[in-house]
Write a protein of this length. Structure first.
Lengths: 112, 110
């Protein structure tokens, strides 16, 4: 069974630039999550989708971050404009339910 | 959301059994306990999940006392490849939001 796919794996941008990350969840998983993991810390949930609807985006900095999950499958997370403190690994996870989440390899973002 | 507390780090040697305890004093009736493992440059990986008593799979065992205010992840005969960060999370059965803490950094030495 294919796992959660994410791209790109690495991205380096300058502050105030825009960046987008893509996630393809495991087939059939209705729930999709985006997390931000800063070095030395645990993952922090940014947004949770159930199919193509948002369940929780309370920790998403909506002034600069946006996410969508059109058609309830793939998802895109965008940052516009990026700040230095956005440097982190962005993890996508999917779940068939019951709190068992399957994580992708992540995208490491460096903002200069 | 139930908050969890676990040691920041633990050290062990190859072949030893490692027990990592997590405190979750305000766990709710509907909450399950889930442990994840994370290697550097990888996303967290599900290890084990339980509600009460004991759960065992091919990787680990999870011990949960009757009051469910804590849980212990047991890794039998660890190897160098078990060096990782281990996260304890609690959340209800379904689609509730899970909150990761800082986890426990386990270092296994030869």
């Amino acid at each position: 069974e294919a796992g959660v796919a994410q791209s790109p794996r690495y991205k380096i941008i300058e502050k105030r630039q825009s960046v987008a990350f893509w996630c393809n969840p495991i087939s059939g998983h209705a729930t999709l999550y985006w997390y931000q993991q800063i070095l030395g810390q645990g993952p922090k949930l940014l947004i949770q989708f159930q199919n193509n609807g948002v369940v929780d985006d309370s920790q998403l900095p909506k002034d600069r971050f946006s996410a969508e999950r059109l058609k309830g499958v793939d998802s895109t997370l965008k940052i516009q404009p990026a700040k230095l403190e956005d440097s982190a690994v962005y993890l996508c996870a999917s779940s068939p339910g019951a709190n068992t989440q399957y994580f992708g390899p992540g995208t490491r973002l460096t903002v200069l | 959301l139930a908050k969890t507390t676990q040691p920041i780090s633990m050290d062990s040697y190859e072949g030893q059994e490692v027990n990592i305890t997590c405190s979750h004093n305000n766990i709710a009736t509907n909450d399950y306990i889930t442990w994840y493992q994370q290697f550097p440059s990888q996303g967290p990986r599900f290890i084990i999940q339980g509600y009460k008593t004991k759960v065992t799979n091919e990787v680990a065992s999870l011990f949960i006392p009757a009051d469910r205010k804590s849980s212990t992840l047991s890794l039998p005969r660890v190897s160098l490849s078990d060096t990782a960060v281990y996260y304890c999370l609690v959340g209800d059965w379904g689609y509730s939001t899970l909150t990761f803490g800082k986890g426990t950094m386990l270092l296994v030495s030869p």
